[in-house]
Design a protein around this ligand. Structure first.
Ligand code: GLP
Length: 543
C-alpha cells in the first residue's frame, strides 16, 4: 500500500481527483467504483469542477457504487443513490443509465446482489475503485466479523456504524439496520484502489493499515494483499510521529516516538568539539532530515542545557558553543518542520511524567542529581517554565544561609551540597580528615575520586564512607522536603547518573523526607530527555 499524506482535506481531495481524472483520460470508457460517506465529497466536487472546465469527460464512464442501505428507496434523501446524484451524477455529463447502485428496494436481496456482481463482471470489472473507511475499519459495508463475505451481499450493520452514520439521519432509529454491499472479493478484484481517510476519528484505523497485520476485525486490512492500493489521507488521519533531540556535551541523542509514545527509533551522533553553534545545528538538521525521510515526523522537539530565551528562541550554554544562538530557526529552516525547544531537565521531567515513573500522576517534580542539580516541574502533564522560562532551577534553592559559594554567584545553593560534584568534594574532604580510613585507601588505590568511590568504600565496610553518604542523603532530603512542602506533587522523581544505585540512594532519602508523597527513581534513565523533547510537539495535557 502506498501512502500519500496531505496537509489537509482540500489537498487530499485534489490529489484523489487528479488520479481519477488521469484514469478517465487514459481510458475514457473506464469503470469506476464509487463510494459514499462524507470523505469523498471533496473529491466529487473537484471532479465536477474539472468536468465543467472541460478537463475530463464522463460521457463514456460507467460506475458501480459500493453499497446501499436496505431497505431504503432511491428517492430517500439518505439513500446512497440520492447522495451520488446530488454530489456527482447530476453535476457531470455522465450517462445516468450507466451509473449502478444496488437497489435498496429489491424484493429479493439475494438475487439483486448476484445480479450486481454479474453486472460488474460483464462490464469487465472495475478499473479504479474509490473507498472511504469506517471508524471500525469497514469498507463498503463489510463490517468487522470473523467471516468476511467475498461477493456482493446483504449485511447487518454494527451498532458502531449505525451510530457513526446516524449523523445524517433525523434520529438513530431512522438508520436502516441492513445494507447491500459489494464484498471484500468484489472490491479486491478492482485493478486499482484509492482509499481515502480524513480526520482524527480515522487515525486509529489508519494506523492499523500501516502495520503488517491483516485481520477480519478490521476489514480494510484486507487491502494489504492488493498490489495497487494508494491510501490518501490528511495529516489528522495519519498517526503522526515526533522526533526528540537531546543535546549533550558529548553526544546528541535522537529518537522517534509514535502517537502511543512508543520509541520506534533511536540513535545518537557525537557533539563536535571546537566548532561553532551553526555547525552543531547543521549536524542536528542533517540527522533530523534523514530520520524525517523515513518516519512521518510532525515536529522536532529539542532539549538543551543552558539558558533559553523563549521569546527569541535562542540558547546560551556554557559547555556548548551556544551564545544567544538561534538554533531553533536554523533547524526549522533546514528541515522545514516545526521545531520546539525547552531545557533538557524539563524535557526529562516531561518524558518521565508521560511514560515513566510519573505516568500515573498529573503533577510531578523531577530532580536530576548530576554535575549540578537540575529540576523540572510538570503541572497537568505539561512543563511549567515560568513567565519567560527558567522555572524549576531547584539546584539554586538556598538550603543554608551564607553557606558554600555557588557558581551562580549566590551562597548555600542545594546543588553545592546535593550534586554528584558535591558528593565527590565531601568524599575527598572525609578521606583527608581520616587518612587511615578504608575510604582513603580506596582513593589511593584508584588514584582518583568519583561518584562511585563512596559506594566502593562502603562495600568494604568503611564507616567514614557511611557517614559521608549519610550526610549526603540528608542534604538531598532537605531539598526534597522543601519541594514537597511547596508543591505537594503527585510524585518526586529522582534522575541523574547517581540514580543507577537505586534503593541504596532512594531508601535513606525516603526515610529522611518522611512524606506520603511518593519519591521514586527514574526508570527511563538516559532516554527521558529525548522522549520528553519529542513530547514537546504533542498536546500532553489531561483535558
Ligand atoms: C459508510 C459507507 C462507507 C464509508 C463510510 C465512512 O458507512 N458505507 O463506504 O467509507 O461510511 O464514511 P465517512 O467518510 O463519512 O466517514
Amino acid at each position: 500500500m502506498r501512502v500519500i499524506v496531505c496537509n489537509d482535506y482540500d489537498e487530499m481531495s485534489k490529489k484523489a481527483a487528479s488520479l481519477v481524472a488521469s484514469q478517465i483520460t487514459l481510458k475514457p470508457n473506464c469503470v469506476l467504483g464509487l463510494a459514499t460517506g462524507s470523505t469523498p465529497i471533496g473529491l466529487y466536487d473537484n471532479l465536477v469542477e474539472m468536468n465543467q472546465n472541460g478537463e475530463i469527460d464522463f460521457s463514456s464512464v460507467t460506475s458501480f457504487n459500493l453499497d446501499e442501505y436496505y431497505p431504503l428507496s432511491p428517492d430517500n434523501d439518505q439513500s446512497y443513490r440520492y447522495f451520488m446524484n446530488l454530489h456527482l451524477f447530476d453535476r457531470v455529463n455522465i450517462d445516468k443509465e450507466r451509473t449502478y447502485v444496488p437497489n435498496g428496494l429489491a424484493e429479493d436481496a439475494e438475487a439483486e446482489c448476484a445480479e450486481y456482481e454479474k453486472k460488474i463482471a460483464d462490464h469487465g470489472g472495475i478499473d479504479l475503485q474509490i473507498l472511504g473507511i469506517g471508524q471500525n475499519g469497514h469498507i463498503g459495508f463489510n463490517e468487522p466479523d470473523e467471516n468476511l463475505i467475498s461477493v456482493t451481499h446483504l449485511t447487518g450493520l454494527t451498532d458502531n456504524t449505525i451510530e457513526a452514520n446516524s449523523r445524517f439521519f433525523a434520529s438513530i432509529d431512522d438508520v436502516p439496520k441492513k445494507a447491500l454491499t459489494m464484498g471484500i472479493g468484489s472490491i479486491l478484484k478492482a485493478k486499482r484502489i484509492i482509499l481515502l481517510a480524513s480526520g482524527k476519528s480515522k487515525r486509529r484505523v489508519v494506523r492499523e493499515l500501516l502495520n503488517d497485520n491483516i485481520t477480519t476485525s478490521i476489514p480494510a486490512t484486507m487491502l494489504k494483499v492488493h498490489p495497487d492500493v494508494v491510501l490518501i489521507c490528511d495529516k489528522d488521519a495519519y498517526s503522526e510521529m515526533y522526533l526528540g533531540v537531546d543535546i549533550g556535551g558529548t553526544a546528541i541523542k535522537l529518537g522517534v516516538i509514535d502517537s502511543f509514545n512508543n520509541i520506534v527509533y533511536k540513535d545518537s551522533i557525537p557533539t563536535q568539539k571546537n566548532v561553532t553553534a551553526k555547525v552543531i545545528a547543521d549536524d542536528i538538521s542533517a540527522a533530523c532530515k534523514d530520520i524525517a525521510a523515513r518516519y512521518p515526523i510532525g515536529s522536532i522537539g529539542i532539549g538543551t542545557p543552558g539558558i533559553i530565551n523563549f521569546e527569541q528562541e535562542t540558547v546560551s550554554a556554557s559547555n556548548l558553543p551556544f551564545d544567544n544562538s538561534p538554533i531553533v530557526e536554523w533547524i526549522r529552516e533546514e528541515t522545514g518542520l516545526p521545531v520546539l525547544i525547552n531545557n533538557d531537565a524539563n524535557c526529562a521531567a516531561l518524558g518521565e511524567a508521560i511514560v515513566g515513573e510519573g505516568a500515573d500522576e498529573n503533577d510531578i517534580f523531577m530532580v536530576t542529581l548530576g554535575t549540578g542539580v537540575g529540576g523540572g516541574i510538570i503541572i497537568n502533564k505539561r512543563i511549567y517554565s515560568g513567565k519567560k522560562g527558567g522555572a524549576g532551577e531547584i539546584g539554586h534553592m538556598c538550603i543554608e544561609a551564607d553557606g558554600k559559594p555557588c557558581t551562580c554567584g549566590s551562597t548555600g545553593c542545594w546543588e553545592s551540597y546535593a550534586s554528584v560534584t558535591a558528593l565527590i568534594e565531601q568524599t575527598k574532604a572525609a578521606a583527608e580528615e581520616n587518612p587511615d580510613s578504608i575510604l582513603a585507601k580506596v582513593i589511593a588505590e584508584n588514584g582518583k575520586v568519583d561518584g562511585k568511590t563512596v559506594f566502593e568504600a562502603m562495600d568494604k565496610g568503611c564507616e567514614v564512607a557511611e557517614k559521608v553518604f549519610d550526610k549526603y542523603t540528608s542534604y538531598i532530603a532537605v531539598g526534597i522536603k522543601n519541594i514537597v512542602n511547596i508543591f505537594r506533587p503527585g510524585a518526586v522523581v529522582i534522575a541523574g547518573g547517581i540514580s543507577v544505585v537505586g534503593d541504596r540512594l532512594l531508601k535513606p532519602i525516603q526515610s529522611k523526607v518522611g512524606t506520603d508523597v511518593p519519591i521514586k527513581i527514574s526508570h527511563l534513565k538516559n532516554d527521558a530527555g529525548m522522549i520528553g523533547a519529542a513530547l514537546l510537539g504533542k498536546d500532553t495535557r489531561v483535558l
